[in-house]
Design a protein around this ligand. Structure first.
Ligand code: DC
Length: 251
């Protein structure tokens, strides 16, 4: 008896859903996983943050986790080229990402290192740390656990290929090296950080090369990812493009 009542309720919900969809109203939205990969400075984090806020999703910046580990390795003068030492260091570390009013905060062993992980020293060494396969296996596991319930936008280099291979929406975001360097330069100027456009361009090109040529989960576009070139887009246009694609996948 109760089974047939449940079945009737289910049928009624399904009929309502069909009517709403026919009217073009998608009230029932799935909480999906959105993977955004691409090279440094393509605008991934800025755009992912805006899109996550509009969708009520959690934004997860995986690069921040590699940066936190790099900071610890530098502080302890660990040999960054040693896979064993870097992996052992991660095993004895706690890296947490916590949302706050001022964006995502990064904690390393309980210490707020959100600013330190953006230093030039960390930026120029993070690709060497991120290259180690056994360390990445642990990072990928941690990141997968963070995203398992859906309702997330995760950005990085290997999200669509290694962390969330079943993500409902995969984006590969890029822009020319010149444009990416220009954005970093303007960003630095706003923050009062002195930098030269030419050296930023060189640093970005070098990091692209290291991230794309490493053996472990190199930066590549997943076969089922959509390529978004942000060279001639502003932030709002790029965020709008992502939201449109997300809305199609959530329906
Ligand atoms: O996104 P970002 O610039 O903060 O990333 C810092 C570095 O971390 C980047 O040079 C490569 C590495 N990284 C990675 O290997 N895999 C990820 N999923 C994210 C970042």
């Amino acid at each position: 008896m109760s089974f047939s009542i449940e079945a009737k309720i289910r049928d009624s919900i399904a009929i309502c859903g069909t009517i709403l969809r026919k009217k073009g109203l998608n009230y029932v939205k799935k909480k999906i996983q959105i993977a955004i990969d691409g090279p440094a400075g393509a605008g991934k984090s800025t755009i992912a943050k805006i899109a996550a806020e509009k969708l009520g999703y959690t934004y997860i910046d995986t690069g921040a986790m590699y940066r936190a580990l790099t900071l610890k390795a530098l502080r302890q003068s660990i040999d960054l080229s040693s896979e064993d030492q870097v992996t052992a260091l991660l095993k004895e570390s706690t890296i947490e990402l916590k949302p706050s009013e001022n964006g995502q905060l990064v904690f390393l062993d309980g210490e707020n290192v959100s600013n330190e992980i953006r230093s030039n020293e960390v930026t120029s060494n993070v690709s060497s740390v991120a290259a180690h396969a056994s360390m990445r296996e642990i990072m990928v596991e941690l990141q997968f656990e963070m995203a398992v319930k859906g309702g997330v936008i995760m950005d990085g280099r290997d999200i669509g290929t290694a962390v969330l291979p079943d993500a409902e929406l995969k984006i590969f975001m890029s822009a020319t090296v010149e444009e990416r360097a220009r954005r970093r330069f303007e960003d630095n100027q706003k923050r009062g950080i002195e930098s030269s456009f030419e050296s930023l361009k060189e640093e970005i090109a070098l990091r692209d090369k290291k991230d794309s040529e490493r053996k472990a989960s190199p930066l590549v576009q997943a076969e089922d990812a959509i390529f978004v070139d942000t060279t001639s887009m502003n932030i709002e246009q790029a965020a709008e493009a992502i939201l449109k694609l997300a809305s199609e996948r959530m329906a």
